[in-house]
Design a protein around this ligand. Structure first.
Ligand code: HEM
Length: 141
């Protein structure tokens, strides 16, 4: 009999650790690089490997893996870090399309797919920093 303590297995462990997030991010960035709306927003086109690495380490950490992202980059502060980039409804949705496609090719496990999306959909909306409406847009006319 168990002593009643729940054993929590992190997403990081369930997917087999960092290689899963490396694969996910590889597929995701293949979509972003080919996206004529998103790719121009990326600040340093010569640092694709660096951008992939930061995102991979962030995701591994977020889902229960090592704290390497925090050690290298400090607190994620994702909303603040996304402020320099125009994230309106269009950018948010295109980002999510590439992420959803990357998830589909990275795992066939339906519950893992659903859990990942259940995080990414509201997280992408949270990072939106422009309404897309002219009346409250932060963009100049
Ligand atoms: C669930 C949603 C998202 C998550 C979890 C996420 C996560 C991240 C992380 C961890 C970084 C690296 C931050 C750093 O350490 O410097 C990053 C960078 C970036 N993100 Fe996002 N992001 C999301 C959505 C978006 C969206 C919707 C856009 C739309 C344009 C976007 C554009 C960028 C850009 C341009 C960078 C800079 C790339 C770089 O690291 O050099 N992100 N994001």
């Amino acid at each position: 009999m168990s002593d009643g303590e729940a054993i929590e297995i992190s997403m990081y462990e369930r997917v087999g650790g960092m290689p899963f997030f490396e694969t996910l991010v590889d597929h995701f960035y293949a979509g972003v690089v080919a996206d004529e709306v998103l790719w121009p927003l990326y600040p340093d086109h010569s640092d694709l490997e660096g951008a992939k690495r930061r995102f991979t380490l962030f995701l591994g950490q977020y889902w229960g893996g090592p704290q390497t992202y925090m050690e290298e980059r400090g607190h994620p502060k994702l909303r603040l870090r996304h402020m320099p980039f125009h994230v309106g409804p269009l950018e948010r949705d295109r980002w999510l399309v590439h992420m959803a496609a990357a998830i589909e090719v990275t795992t066939t496990d339906e519950s893992i797919r659903q859990e990942l999306l259940a995080y990414f959909v509201p997280a992408a909306e949270h990072l939106r920093n422009d309404t897309g409406l002219p009346i409250s847009s932060s963009k100049p006319n």
